[in-house]
Design a protein around this ligand. Structure first.
Ligand SMILES: Nc1nc2c(ncn2[C@@H]2O[C@H](COP(=O)(O)OP(=O)(O)O)[C@@H](O)[C@H]2O)c(=O)[nH]1
Ligand SMILES: [Mg+2]
Length: 253
């Protein structure tokens, strides 16, 4: 594997994260001083986008960038736009990280170390050493259920396939053709991991502690959950169909 692991771009999607943005950018810059940040804001009514512009202007080293989008279009669309921005430039690694403090920037050096032997590193809550702090039992139950269902439906071995704290090598994102990703909410994470696995890339999970946000509101909704259920079931059925077809073709030969 060619080991070009710099420069790093950390893409942070935001919707109404005014109180969270500055602390997370400050922590990131302490943990990874050379990394660049791209805030992808969907026109947050609370002025997160303006704050991001102020942070960009204040950073003398030009490490903070902002992509303004006019409508709230979901996490998936924000990441696709952010990845395109990064791929059009010379970033070797593209990181996904939430703005709300759930993902600790201090974990990133360890995740980037793991990328030496992988194409995608997932910051995982559900491998030994991984943890979730301050989640209501219902939320953890749902998250574990979504992971179990995805593992069974897709036959993927990843323990935390819905995780949103990740580092991708540029080559993986270029290959999996993010242009036609339609998944919007958390399903986006499953979709990209699945494409990466299917394309034959190496996926490694590194344990992290996920801490529920202290400020602002979660954007998780019933629609987001339904989207994931419907899409994963469809991909799972397609996979089974392909398995049966190849068995049948194999027998005829
Ligand atoms: N740009 C953008 N960011 C979003 C959108 N929905 C959620 N986010 C951001 O995605 C990250 C994770 O969302 P969050 O609501 O904390 O989800 P939860 O952690 O699963 O409850 C946060 O940084 C949000 O601000 C969206 O529609 N557009
Ligand atoms: Mg959150």
């Amino acid at each position: 594997m060619a080991d070009q692991l710099e420069p790093v771009l950390v893409v942070i999607p935001t919707y109404n994260e005014r109180d969270n943005l500055e602390p997370i950018v400050t922590r990131l810059q302490a943990a990874l001083p050379k990394a660049h940040v791209l805030v992808v804001d969907d026109g947050s009514p609370d002025g997160t986008g303006d704050l991001a512009d102020e942070l960009a202007a204040a950073d003398g080293e030009g490490r903070v960038h902002v992509l303004h989008r006019t409508e709230k279009n979901g996490l998936g669309a924000a990441y696709v736009a952010g990845f395109h921005w990064g791929l059009e430039r010379d970033y070797a690694v593209l990181v996904e990280m939430d703005a709300d403090g759930s993902h600790a920037p201090e974990d990133l050096p360890r995740m980037l170390d793991a990328l030496t032997d992988a194409d995608l590193v997932i910051g995982s809550r559900y491998v030994p050493g991984g943890r979730v702090v301050n989640w209501p039992a219902r939320r953890e139950f749902f998250s574990r259920g979504a992971n179990l269902y995805s593992r069974l439906a897709l036959g993927a071995k990843v323990k935390d396939i819905t995780a949103g704290f990740r580092a991708y090598r540029r080559a993986a994102l270029e290959k999996i053709r993010i242009d036609n990703v339609a998944s919007q909410g958390y399903c986006f994470q499953i979709d990209l991991a699945w494409r990466t696995i299917e394309a034959g890339f190496t996926v490694v999970e590194v344990p992290i502690t996920f801490t529920e946000r202290e400020r602002g509101q979660s954007k998780m909704t019933g629609d987001v959950i339904r989207e994931a259920l419907v899409r994963v079931t469809k991909w799972g059925l397609r996979r089974r169909g392909n398995q049966v077809r190849s068995l049948f073709v194999g027998r005829q030969q």
